[in-house]
Design a protein around this ligand. Structure first.
Ligand code: ATP
Ligand code: MG
Length: 446
């Protein structure tokens, strides 16, 4: 575990590329007499010429010692104890060098493993060499030293980065068993950074994929967002399917689409392509829309089954199906309630959007999630020609009836888009007429 050292003039990282907050933390630790490094993804991304998502710091100071240096510091995590230094909404994560588990007095509070070899506690501290060895991929075992601006690359990380190769440190099977989420990270980094997964790192994934069912649903929710809502959703989704990682995350969705190439699979890819495009245009995206798409197959299928076999009316069948699909899904990947209520709204709107008679369409325009429901219908219509007429009808109907709806449909960014036709349209007199006609009617009604 001797590192390759790049001196200041041998690499392209400059302090201007590092956030002020991260620099503050590094300097303060260093002045306090500790070693302080920018580590992992931050260094990797800078060397690749990309803007890092966040900056993480590694040090030989213990979490308590870090807390002693910063008043704006909180200690978090049990499985993996860390210091968070807070600057408003920006958080710099400071991790103490991790050591080997067998080397010291391993009390259960410091280190523990499950029967499957999963690390339940990882709070044994050590040296930078040991820390590097405990990181997941070689390209993540990179350290930028604030004391002399050198970059240290352990485990061949610098050469792998050069070769665009993603390779686990140590024995892949052991490392996946310690933390099955590393399988998801492999796919994520490969898709996001265009790295190819080395054969030995790739080999055990398919067989070990079911270990993901042991990971708490809340952690998988976070990981799933990083996988599918980071701009490379389509590519990531295909890789998840390829490695058998999609099934343990979304078992119901997997089941209805068999081997991943029927229409529900295509629907998911379409939704992800749509999301990727929004991200490329720097528009915000919400998990609810994506989850609505991921689970649409199971909901449609179950609804039909309840109608055919249970003799229920469509509405009741649908409500039952939606409940069932969500409550089964959250056993694998959590969906926080603030999102699952929107998921339901989007689904429910699909039926309501078919009712075009009388005043109903006008009322529907005011539904807070109308825009998301309509976007979802457009997506469905791309795969199902029978829905095109309906989708076009709603497109025209909105243009003819611009109004101040509750903002926020699919995404907060829709706010402007939604009201724009109303404000800009010179050629839209018909719409204002309709609007006037409508108001008295509604008054009578109430
Ligand atoms: P990004 O921030 O772009 O998602 P990252 O590599 O910085 O990528 P983080 O989750 O921020 O990922 O973790 C920071 C670093 O901590 C990683 O680069 C890696 O060295 C280490 N690390 C994170 N998760 C694990 C894990 N499950 N097992 C081993 N090391 C990990
Ligand atoms: Mg990071």
């Amino acid at each position: 575990m001797q590192p390759v050292v790049l001196t200041r003039d041998q690499h392209g990282i400059s302090r201007q590329q590092i956030s002020d907050n991260a620099l503050k933390v590094l300097y303060r630790l260093n002045k306090g007499g500790y070693e302080a490094y920018l580590v992992g993804g931050g260094v990797r991304d800078l060397l690749l010429g990309r803007q890092p998502k966040d900056f993480d710091v590694a040090t030989n100071a213990t979490p308590e010692q870090v807390k002693g240096l910063f008043s704006n510091c909180r200690l978090v995590g049990r499985r993996f104890r860390l210091a968070h230094v807070l600057f408003g909404r920006d958080v710099i994560e400071v991790a103490t060098f991790r050591g080997h588990h067998h080397s010291v007095n391993t009390s259960k509070h410091v280190s523990s493993r499950s029967k499957e070899g999963m690390l339940l506690r990882d709070n044994v501290y050590g040296t930078i060499e040991e820390d590097a060895e405990r990181r997941d991929f070689t390209v993540n075992a990179l350290y930028y030293n604030i004391a002399d601006f050198t970059v240290l690359g352990f485990a061949g990380g610098l050469a792998d980065l050069e070769a665009r190769r993603l390779d686990l440190i140590g024995d892949p099977e052991t490392r996946y068993r310690e933390d099955p989420v590393r399988m998801l990270r492999a796919v994520r980094f490969s898709a996001k950074l265009g790295l190819s997964i080395s054969p030995r790192t790739e080999a055990p994934i398919r067989e070990l994929a079911p270990l993901l069912t042991d990971i708490p649903p809340a952690r998988l929710f976070e990981e799933t967002l990083k996988l599918l809502l980071a701009g490379q959703g389509v590519e990531t989704y295909r890789q998840l399917q390829h490695y058998g990682l999609f099934a343990p995350l979304f078992p119901e969705a997997f089941e209805v689409m068999g081997r991943g190439n029927n229409r529900y699979g295509r629907f998911i890819e379409l939704a992800l392509a749509n999301t990727d495009e929004r991200i490329a245009q720097e528009q915000r995206v919400t998990p609810a829309f994506l989850y609505a798409a991921l689970l649409w197959g199971p909901v449609e299928t179950r609804t039909q089954e309840f109608v055919n076999e249970g003799g229920l009316g469509y509405h009741d069948a649908f409500m039952l199906a939606a409940d069932e699909v969500i409550s089964r899904q959250v056993k694998s990947v959590a969906i926080p309630r603030r999102f699952s209520t929107v998921v339901r709204d989007i689904w429910q709107l699909q039926d309501r959007l078919t009712k075009r008679a009388g005043k109903r369409p006008f009322r529907l325009l005011e539904h807070p999630k109308f825009r998301a429901g309509y976007d979802f219908l457009l997506l469905r219509a791309e795969l199902d020609p029978r829905l095109r007429e309906l989708a076009d009808w709603w497109t025209d109907f909105q243009q003819a009836n611009p109004m101040e709806r509750h903002p926020v449909g699919h995404h907060p960014a829709d706010r402007q888009q939604q009201s724009r036709p109303a404000r800009n349209s010179n050629d839209n007199e018909g719409s204002s007429r309709k609007r006037k006609r409508r108001r008295p009617r509604r008054k009578k009604e109430s």
